[in-house]
Ligand binder design. Structure first.
Ligand SMILES: Cc1cc2nc3c(=O)[nH]c(=O)nc-3n(C[C@H](O)[C@H](O)[C@H](O)COP(=O)(O)O)c2cc1C
Length: 374
């Protein structure tokens, strides 16, 4: 049997195969509370070696879109407990992606209608999605943020720590810190967004500081072997730009090597787009060199890759050792039994983009399983 389908380990988490369900925001948790439909969705996909939940707000301030779940109210945590119980009952493993959107938000989603917070006062040319009380909704521009005061940053780190504890108490096998796709931690890491003059801005050591402080706090709270992080070195989402992504992300992975993490999750190329995407005039990002830098610095975590992988690419990546784990996004939306289909080399259902974000059971929990396809 190909290595892709054999059991493996990510830190303390034992996986039944090397196939991971990537984090996928589906905007189907009104009130930020996971509900019955969400329980069923994750239960259906429990044959993945590991499920990473959709991005989940660590605090009300970390919310940036309508109907995404949170990790901060009792009701939400009770909802997540039902999800983790359902996945475990099927023999699956599940970690939660811990999210603070930073400036990719709207005053309508913020506590007391306040400004979203970021590394900067500058607004992102980006959209978010709002739903009105009558259920109608639509895309709207993000609001102007305010730069966090230096004195507020320990509070943000504390929010991540608390959320990690709450996640473990809700039955998750671990947490994935969302350091990708132009959200808060990425807004600090990149020099095209971060215009601070305190110890969190300027040189790469300063821009990576918040990410390291979060990793430190979370690993102390729940253990490094249940902690993971996702990065997307060249993804331009939310107007995130860096003049030298190779330099900042090499520094980041070298710093992460100090911790005995469960896995490092790298989106190769533009998330959901070109795999060889370049930021500005930068040369192609060298992901091999990134991993080599991590290992040279003593890093031993499983290396998870994502973005546009198909069966052949995944088989080869794991067989050759180029990756330890492969995360699939869109294929898991449309194929709850993706692992079996890949193993038997059978055709895949096509995802319906019109039902990705928000809506009902349609395009969420009604994709057919193999026996119904035949
Ligand atoms: C509907 C949808 C929602 C997504 N939500 C998230 C998310 O919550 N967190 C995240 O890090 N990436 C998110 N992504 C990106 C995916 O995790 C993944 O990186 C992307 O789909 C590329 O992988 P694929 O080619 O296997 O689909 C989302 C992508 C899609 C299509």
């Amino acid at each position: 049997m190909a290595k892709l389908f054999q059991p493996t380990q990510a830190g303390d988490i034992a996986l039944k195969n090397h196939i991971v369900m990537a984090p996928l925001t589906r905007n189907r948790s009104p009130g930020a509370i996971p509900n019955d439909m969400n329980v069923e969705y994750y239960r259906q996909r429990a044959t993945a070696g590991l499920i990473i939940t959709e991005a989940t707000a660590i605090t009300h301030q970390g919310q940036g879109y309508a109907n995404v779940p949170g990790l901060y109210s009792k009701e939400a945590l009770d909802g997540w407990k039902r999800v983790t119980d359902a996945v475990h009952a099927e023999g699956g493993k599940i970690v939660v992606q811990m999210w603070h959107v930073g400036r990719i938000s709207h005053t309508a989603l913020q506590p007391n209608g306040g400004k979203p917070v970021s590394s900067t006062n500058r607004i992102a040319k980006a959209k978010t999605y709002l739903v009105n009380a009558d259920g109608t909704g639509g895309f709207t521009d993000t609001s102007e943020p305010r730069a966090l005061e230096t004195s507020e940053i320990p509070g943000i780190v504390e929010d991540y720590r608390k959320a990690a504890r709450a996640a473990i108490d809700a039955g998750f096998d671990g947490v994935e810190i969302h350091g990708a796709n132009g959200y808060l931690l990425d807004q600090f890491m990149r020099d095209g967004v971060n215009d601070r003059t305190d110890e969190y801005g300027g040189p790469i050591e300063n821009r990576a500081r918040l990410t390291f402080e979060v990793v430190e706090a979370v690993t102390r709270e729940i253990g490094a072997r249940r902690t993971a992080i996702r990065i997307s070195p060249v993804t331009p989402s939310g107007e995130s730009y860096d003049s030298n992504p190779q330099a900042i992300f090499t520094h980041v992975v070298e710093g992460l090597a100090r911790y005995d993490l469960a896995y490092i999750h790298v989106v190769e190329g533009q998330t959901g787009g070109e795999r060889d995407y370049r930021q500005g005039d930068n040369p192609s990002f060298d992901y091999k060199a990134l991993r080599a830098a991590y290992e040279k610095a003593g890093g031993k975590a499983a290396w998870m890759v994502n973005n546009g992988y198909n069966r052949d690419m995944a088989l080869e990546a794991v067989e050759t050792g180029a990756a330890d784990l492969v995360a699939f996004g869109k294929p898991f939306i449309a194929n709850p039994d993706l692992v079996e289909r890949l193993e038997k080399n059978l055709p895949l259902n096509t995802p319906d983009q019109s039902t990705f974000y928000g809506g009902t059971a349609k395009g969420y929990i009604d994709y057919p399983l193999l026996e119904k396809v035949a």
